[in-house]
Write a protein that binds this ligand. Structure first.
Ligand code: GLN
Length: 483
């Protein structure tokens, strides 16, 4: 049995009785045994995988009604709550935090008979772009273990790429699904703001983030989106999606469709290899009959600054709740400390990057400075929304490299600014609430390069159709051989 298959192939095979859910789960566990020491996709692994697989097999045997997932082994980023399971957010502060309820996406997957393989490694509180900021050690890129896998949903991308799971859910505040998807050669979709419930996702910057699928193929992303999308009374920011079927009619003719390329996202600081790959992607789309044009979008130059201002301010307020009193479980006896000393002793256990964001996040909205930074950032956000929508009145989608640089070695980016610059092309869709997808495109010296497509809010279907067309024409092998 091949454990490196896609969701559609898995579902088909289980239906045909080619293998049982238990047999497949054992394969996934075998991959974990083989690779996990090297790759470290997971913070924790579910002890009940085989028990759950056996139960689904029983259901199949007795011809009980079965959910669409039929035991699909899925990994979940460790900032999404699963009832009764440890949810650390990659932080020491939540080392022993057991989630008291299911996130809505988890309830939906449970209903469809998915099996949760484990909780994946991530930068602490999803702040980072390489998974180097996890309190539980870094994850490695399956294409070359000396290189970062991207982040913050690095563990999710690694688990899918190495077939330590069939698919995964990540979260994306400024690129955390798409950047590791690009670095590990998997598909990563950041949906429209509000398409997917954030109930049960531990917040970093609520106004920007979304949960989304990370998969081997575009079809698999559509499959998961069908399950997790839709309005939720537990999250007032969710929107009605007309019960769209994202899997149907993926194959469309791109003749005369229009693709815009934002020059500012192909700037002089981008890696030549990445730029050349993007020119190749443009040619591929032209081969398919689409019309590609370069456009200038000046305000994009301010997007990254606006993103880090708004997200730090939100993070400062969101993370104030972690005092180890209600949430936590970090072991530090309060005896002998006054309240303030205890809290500050506890909060010193946040990692450096999280502390940096909280300090900036406290300063930015403070009276006297709020107009200088925060309000300005919000103005840029509004301007970006207006201008991007105008562009998307003239183009079906916008194409760019997902990340302007190639995957790099551990420790290579030491200063915060060069780390933040990795997010140059991804933050736009978070600031504007629009959907964006990263698709594996090619390899350079064995390292993956992904392409990003963006479109108007709620046009996930169109985005998936373009992504599917690119995936078909490139037809790359995105299964690494891990030694
Ligand atoms: N790298 C970005 C940050 O640190 C994005 C993180 C994310 O999308 N969660 O904020």
């Amino acid at each position: 049995m091949n454990s490196k298959i896609t969701i559609s192939q898995y579902v088909e095979s289980v239906k045909n009785g080619d293998f049982t859910v238990e047999e497949f789960s054992l394969q996934i566990l075998e991959n974990i045994n083989k690779f996990e020491k090297k790759l470290h996709s997971y913070i924790s692994i579910n002890d009940d995988i085989i028990k759950q697989a056996k139960m689904i097999d029983l259901k199949i045997k007795s011809q009980e009604k079965l959910g669409q997932c039929m035991g699909v082994p899925i990994s979940i980023k460790d900032n999404i709550c699963i009832h009764g399971i440890k949810t650390t957010c990659g932080s020491k502060l939540l080392k022993n935090f057991i989630a008291p309820y299911d996130a809505t996406v988890i309830s939906k997957l449970k209903k469809e008979d998915a099996i949760f393989v484990g909780k994946t490694n991530m930068d602490e509180f999803a702040m980072g772009s390489t998974t180097e900021f996890s309190a539980y050690g870094l994850s490695r890129n399956p294409w070359n273990v000396d290189y970062v896998p991207g982040g913050s949903s690095g563990g999710s991308a690694v688990s899918v790429s190495s077939s330590e799971s069939l698919c995964s859910l990540g979260s994306d505040t400024g690129g955390s699904i798409r950047n590791p998807a690009s670095f590990c050669s998997v598909v990563g979709l950041k949906p429209t703001y509000g398409l997917i419930s954030r109930f049960g996702l531990i917040s970093y910057a609520n106004s920007m983030e979304q949960i989304g699928p990370m998969t081997k193929t575009v079809k698999d992303a559509a499959f998961l989106l069908n399950i997790i999308a839709g309005i939720d009374s537990k999250d007032n920011t969710t929107v009605y999606n007309n019960n769209e079927n994202y899997l149907s009619n993926l194959d469309i003719d791109l003749k005369n469709k229009k693709i815009g390329i934002i020059s500012e996202m192909m700037g002089k600081d981008a890696d030549k290899k990445v730029l050349n790959a993007t020119y190749e992607a443009i040619s591929k789309f032209e081969e398919l009959g689409a019309k590609c044009d370069f456009i200038s979008f000046n305000t994009v130059n301010y997007a990254l600054a606006a993103y880090y201002i708004i997200t730090s301010a939100e993070a400062g307020s969101n993370l104030a709740r972690f005092d180890n009193v209600i949430y936590g479980g970090f072991k530090l006896d309060a005896n002998g400390y006054d309240f303030n000393t205890y809290i500050s002793k506890i909060r010193k256990n946040f990692g450096k990057e999280v502390i940096r964001r909280m300090i900036i996040g406290g300063f930015i909205p403070s009276s006297g400075y709020v107009g200088r930074y925060f309000i300005k950032a919000l103005k840029i956000k509004s301007k970006l929304i207006m201008e991007l929508n105008k562009i998307l009145n003239n183009f079906d989608v916008v194409l760019s490299p997902t990340v302007p640089v190639m995957p790099f070695k551990f420790g290579e980016k030491q200063d915060s600014l060069s780390m933040y610059l990795i997010d140059l092309n991804t933050v736009l869709s978070n600031l504007t609430g629009t959907p964006a997808i990263s698709i594996p495109f090619k390899f350079d010296n064995g390292l993956p390069i992904g392409m990003q497509l963006m479109t108007k809010a709620m046009q996930e279907k169109l985005l998936l159709q373009f992504a599917y067309a690119l995936e078909k024409i490139t037809n790359i092998n995105n299964i690494p051989s891990i030694n």
